[in-house]
Design a binder for this molecule. Structure first.
Ligand SMILES: Cc1cc2nc3c(=O)[nH]c(=O)nc-3n(C[C@H](O)[C@H](O)[C@H](O)COP(=O)(O)OP(=O)(O)OC[C@H]3O[C@@H](n4cnc5c(N)ncnc54)[C@H](O)[C@@H]3O)c2cc1C
Length: 338
């Protein structure tokens, strides 16, 4: 275990924000993870688990140790002619896993193509896109419990998955995800095309019976046309969650804004599009010094090059305040502010 001192985190977060960590360590095995947790305990240190840094905003320098989790490996646990159960270690890259699984003829991950980040982070906020959430294919999540440093298996039913939520997000300091097991199919024709934009692109391409790879390529095409590439313009995808509100508040809003986009949500509630609210509040495409709101996607805050974390947080808070005043709706940040 090699601990580095005073390391810049700029290359380790997709927002491209400069932040100095007092200590930084790459961890590539369970034993090394145990060792670093012991070191943290002995030295009473603060720590942060970092995957691909695509859902993290460093708002200041980090006084503590950043654990860059790089445990790699993919194992087939079980397989028959219809399905496969894969165990994938936390440090594998998510998009590479999606494309690798498709190359093997395994289906189920295709709608989640091109989401940045690592496998270990995927259950934390139950990543989702284009009609699918990762919970739909997760069998179980292997974790190290921080206090006991024991490895435990959390079954799907115990993960408390919700919209951008899970037990791992609710109790952040309790578990470190070390591996995730996925139930994938081998049926190429059983694909999810419920999301409107996927259907439109498939029609444009003249694809009538899409394979899982067609879906992944379509999702990649849509994402590349809509979302800024973090390598070009720093960002962390959707900055806010889509708010879920009561039917009473929704009826009031709909009478004032009949065109307001809305979707059914559990418990007789209504989900609104945060991007629409931000656009109506006048922020879409606006630049404020080194930070701004993306011109095509109002949910995405961007770093024009030299933004500081505090500037991004200030803009996010300004957006929250304006949307609250204008619509009475609270926007919750999806990004983890450190
Ligand atoms: C351009 C772009 C598009 C995106 N599109 C989507 C999208 O469509 N859908 C979606 O859901 N998300 C999307 N995201 C957000 C992001 O990609 C996901 O949240 C992703 O899962 C984050 O992975 P990461 O490894 O980069 O996480 P990090 O930012 O490294 O970590 C995120 C959080 O998880 C914790 N964490 C990381 N690894 C572990 C671990 N092994 N154990 C315990 N805690 C851990 C961290 O401490 C932090 O709190 C997008 C981001 C970008 C930049």
């Amino acid at each position: 275990m090699k601990i580095h001192n005073n390391i810049s985190l700029k290359a380790y977060n997709t927002f491209g924000i400069e932040s100095i960590a007092t200590q930084f360590v790459e961890i590539d095995s369970i034993d090394a993870l145990k060792e670093v947790l012991k070191y943290i305990e002995d030295h009473h240190l603060n720590y942060y688990i970092l995957g691909g840094g695509s859902n993290t905003l460093f708002s200041q320098n980090f006084d503590g140790i950043v654990i860059h989790l790089q445990i790699k490996g993919i194992t087939i646990i079980k397989e028959n002619s219809n399905a496969v159960l894969l165990k994938v270690c936390a440090g594998e890259n998510w998009h590479e896993l999606v494309m690798w699984s498709l190359a093997q003829g395994y289906t189920g991950l295709e709608n989640l193509a091109l989401i940045p980040g690592n496998v270990g982070s995927s259950p934390i906020q139950n990543i989702g896109a284009y009609g699918v959430e990762v919970k739909d294919v997760i069998d179980c999540v292997e974790v190290m419990e921080v206090t006991t440093q024991s490895i435990q298996k959390i079954m799907h039913s115990e993960c408390q998955f919700g919209y951008r939520d899970s037990i791992f997000k609710k109790s952040k300091r309790k578990y470190i995800v070390t591996a995730v097991s996925f139930n994938l199919k081998k049926n190429q024709s059983q694909v999810n095309t419920t999301y409107g934009a996927i259907q439109s692109v498939l029609i444009q391409k003249g694809i009538v019976q899409p394979t899982a790879l067609d879906i992944a390529n379509t999702v990649i095409q849509i994402r590349q046309s809509k979302l800024p590439d973090p390598k070009v313009l720093g960002n962390s995808g959707s900055f806010f969650k889509n708010p879920v509100i009561s039917k009473t508040l929704f009826s009031k809003l709909q009478s004032l804004f009949p065109e307001i986009p809305h979707y059914p949500a559990p418990d007789d509630q209504v989900k609104l599009a945060a991007g629409w609210l931000i656009e109506q509040a006048g922020f879409k495409g606006k630049r404020f010094g080194e930070v701004g709101v993306h011109e095509q996607q109002a949910l995405v805050l961007v770093n024009y090059g030299n933004a500081q974390g505090t500037e991004v947080v200030a803009l996010a808070q300004k957006i929250q305040q304006t949307v609250l005043t204008q619509f009475g709706v609270t926007l919750e940040m999806e990004v983890n502010i450190v």
